[in-house]
Design a protein around this ligand. Structure first.
Ligand SMILES: Cc1cc2nc3c(=O)[nH]c(=O)nc-3n(C[C@H](O)[C@H](O)[C@H](O)COP(=O)(O)OP(=O)(O)OC[C@H]3O[C@@H](n4cnc5c(N)ncnc54)[C@H](O)[C@@H]3O)c2cc1C
Length: 388
């Protein structure tokens, strides 16, 4: 039976950059995915937003490292993954949101982030044509950006293979074998493999892998829909996040929505429905498009003549506090969680992959230990992420 230093279950936003990091550090790495090729889970549903502007220190640090990796990829390895450093802008239309954002900015500055709270006039310069009715201001973090989830994952995939990572597609993990509380291997619907380390990077299906070793992972898949327009001449660079909830008797209520214009000039957009839609259904709803287009055109009236090319629905693997669950667990040696990425798996992937590799080779810095503490499976889940 073939033996690996690490087997990663899931070739998605997390599994692929993790394989890149483990293979680069010399670990014999196998990635197994039930789908036919790389990034076919929820990675391809992500719209490509990448930010370090979170409220939890560990996510800030992980995403700062991710940004370094996305930003330097083309120069280092030559592939254009459509990285653009356009920034992120969270808008405030109520004093409650203004206060919340100002508090986050103070904290984020303490963690070394380049971010400021801008007044409405400055926001109007950043987003030409924005409807300023009740606009109080917003945050702006110029170092955040965006990249193509498919181009990036394929670039990470190719590079990880050059470092020696192996991939088995169309193969489903059905069991993790354990002896005396130690991982000994992985069984799939096709074969059996020996390993002392398994990483669960199965996104919306994380619970199933948890069940195989009798741990109850608090990860619930929730539906989110997105879309893309035809290309138009570039007229704004930042990701715009409108956190004001909307009550809409005709099409349904929603929480926040966000959008940006990509390198090709196409506008990508995504909405958080209210109430949440839990479950694994990926069929599109008829309410998403009328909800989001009404909100976007109201905020930025010049969008009204742009044609929409395509919409899709995917899943956020949500946790109770909006933060991922990372690292080893007490009961079983050799099992590692990399689950519950919520709406941020693509941006967390590269930084997290390197952290997971350091977990395996046991080269953890004090900063790593702090991150693993904050994101541990056994935490209280009471410190809710403000900027989910
Ligand atoms: C509409 C939308 C917009 C989004 N926008 C963004 C964004 O702008 N920025 C951002 O950072 N994130 C965004 N996200 C979130 C992001 O897509 C997810 O957080 C991320 O894809 C989760 O990564 P993952 O690796 O955990 O899961 P996935 O990428 O889904 O990968 C999991 C893989 O595990 C495989 N798998 C599952 N079970 C098994 C098994 N038993 N055996 C073998 N293989 C298995 C699956 O086939 C899948 O390929 C968005 C999500 C949606 C739906």
């Amino acid at each position: 039976m073939v033996e690996y230093d690490v087997i990663i279950v899931g070739a998605g936003s997390i599994g692929v950059p993790t394989a890149l990091a483990t293979a680069e550090s010399g670990l014999k790495t196998l990635v197994i995915d039930s789908l036919p090729s790389v990034a076919q889970g929820d990675n391809k549903h992500a719209i490509g937003g990448i930010r370090a502007t979170h409220s939890l220190k560990s996510k800030i640090w992980l995403c700062q490292r991710s940004i370094d990796i996305f930003a330097s990829w083309k120069e280092l390895y030559g592939d254009d993954i459509w990285w653009e450093q356009g920034g992120y802008c969270f808008l405030a239309f109520t004093t409650e949101h203004e206060q919340m954002l100002k508090t986050s900015v103070r904290q984020q500055k303490e963690y070394g982030l380049n971010i400021d709270y801008l007044d409405a006039e400055k926001i109007k310069e950043l987003v030409p044509g924005i409807n300023d009715d009740n606009l109080l201001g917003g945050t702006y973090s110029p170092e955040d950006g965006n990249s193509s989830p498919l181009l990036a994952l394929h670039a990470f995939y190719r590079k990880s293979k050059e470092f020696g990572a192996e991939y088995n597609f169309n193969e489903k993990v059905i069991a993790i074998t354990i002896q005396n509380k130690n991982v000994t291997g992985v069984k799939t619907n096709k074969a059996e493999y020996k390993t002392q380390t398994v990483i669960n990077a199965t996104g919306a299906h994380a619970i199933d892998i948890g069940n195989m070793i009798n741990i109850d992972l608090p990860v619930v898949p929730e539906s989110h829909e997105a879309g893309i327009t035809e290309p138009v001449k570039k007229f704004f660079s930042t990701m715009i996040i409108d956190i004001k909830p909307a009550i809409d008797k005709t099409f349904g209520n929603s929480k926040n929505y966000y959008f940006y214009q990509n390198k090709e000039g196409k506008i990508l957009f995504c909405l958080t429905p209210e109430p949440k839609i839990p479950g694994l259904n990926r069929f599109e709803t008829s309410s998403f498009l009328p909800q989001i287009t009404k909100r976007m055109v109201n905020l930025l009236p010049r969008l009204k003549n742009i044609k929409i090319r395509r919409t899709w629905r995917g899943l956020y693997p949500m946790t109770p506090d909006g933060n991922p669950i990372i690292g080893k667990i007490d009961d079983i040696d050799g099992y590692i969680n990399a689950v519950g990425m919520c709406g941020q798996g693509f941006m967390l992937g590269p930084g997290l992959g390197e952290l997971l590799s350091r977990v395996i080779i046991e080269k953890l810095s004090s900063k790593d230990l702090q991150m693993l503490g904050e994101l541990a499976y056994g935490r209280d889940y009471y410190k809710i992420e403000d900027l989910k």
